[in-house]
Design a protein around this ligand. Sequence first.
Ligand SMILES: [Zn+2]
Length: 255
Amino acid sequence: MDEKTLLEQLNKFTRKELSVEEVYIFPVTLCDNEIDRDNERFSRKSLDELAEKFIGVTGIFDHNPKGENQTARIFLTEVVEEERSNSLGEKYAYLKGYAYMVRTDSNADLIREIDGGIKKEVSVSCSAEKQICSVCGADRRVKPCRHVKGRKYDGKRCFFTLDDISDAYEWSFVAVPAQVCAGVTKSFEKPETPAFSRSEKEAMINRALMLKSPDGTAKKLFDCIKDALGDDELEQLCRNFSAASTVKSCDEYKM
Ligand SMILES: [Zn+2]
């Protein structure tokens, strides 16, 4: 897409018409239809749903210590299909977003970093109504089955497909090592189901804390106090932090 078309699209979003000198536009790969390291994937349909819902959504640059004006907004999205297949034999597709920042003195360094091709993990936070088990086809949001994702059944690895996206909350660049932020913060939109164990709740809170505070200070603090928390307190914390969202660490940032 050329610069002029992008700028026209962008200006549909802004109160004041911005010139090409005033804005910084960059593409970002948000997620794809491949099974990720959490043994979860978005369906092709959910990518289309996400494409619609991510327009206008703000992104955060978690790694920036200054934290001021370090946000960008997606103003255009497209689902890009590639010739190759994903591991399920479907056409590989990914959701590409175009984001913008209004250039200021305080984000000049960040823009230079992005221009320099920093590779960062992008995580997206969204809410999926369905979570389909690959082994038995059960929607785990409605009726949890016994299958454990990542485990093999008759030689096939179990994974969950996320479908029916109801909302997209935010996207962020995270600088923490992949294995730390890898993971899904489970949704608590339907608090009556399913019941998570104490250690699962602790793991969810830890993941949410690492996304909010990648240097690990919040997680350390939580580690110190978690044993003193009652079940209700832990449940409450878990709900507050996961805020009915599914946080996916999907893909590397691609230009
Ligand atoms: Zn199942």
